[in-house]
Design a protein around this ligand. Structure first.
Ligand SMILES: [Zn+2]
Length: 123
C-alpha cells in the first residue's frame, strides 16, 4: 500500500478546496520542527488540474519564513524548485513524496509545521 502524494479536503465555507502535500525541501530543513513541510494551498486562487496521481497546479507556491525561501511549481506530480529558493534543492525538480500515514487522521485539525504558502502573482 502506498499513500497518495496529494490530499484534497473541503470545500470550506468559502467554497475553496484545500490541497495538501509534503514539500521535500521544507520537510528536511535542519532548523524545522518535526513534521514540517506539510503544505496546504487552496483552490482557488491556485488552479489544480484534477489529477491526484500526477497533479499540476497553476500558480507558484511561495513559502517565506525569515530568511528561508521556498518557491516552487507543482507539475505532473513533481515539484520544481525555482532558483530563488534558499535551500539545497533550488533549481532542481524532484518527485512529490507520499503523504505520511499520520497525516490522514489529522487533516481537518491544525497540523504541526503546517506551512502557510502564498501564491506569487506572475509566478
Ligand atoms: Zn518547500
Amino acid at each position: 500500500m502506498s499513500n497518495p502524494i496529494i490530499h484534497i479536503s473541503g470545500p470550506d465555507e468559502e467554497n475553496k478546496l484545500s490541497l495538501w502535500f509534503i514539500c521535500p525541501a521544507c520537510s528536511t530543513r535542519d532548523d524545522a520542527p518535526e513534521d514540517t513541510g506539510m503544505t496546504r494551498i487552496t483552490v482557488p486562487p491556485w488552479d489544480w488540474n484534477g489529477n491526484l496521481a500526477a497533479p499540476t497546479v497553476e500558480g507558484s507556491v511561495l513559502t517565506v519564513q525569515g530568511k528561508y525561501i521556498c518557491h516552487s511549481f507543482i507539475r505532473q506530480g513533481q515539484i520544481e524548485f525555482l532558483s530563488d529558493s534558499t535551500h539545497t534543492l533550488a533549481g532542481t525538480t524532484v518527485d512529490l513524496p507520499e503523504l505520511p500515514t499520520w497525516f490522514f487522521g489529522q487533516v481537518e485539525k491544525p497540523i504541526v509545521g503546517d506551512t502557510e504558502a502564498e501564491m506569487k502573482a506572475n509566478g
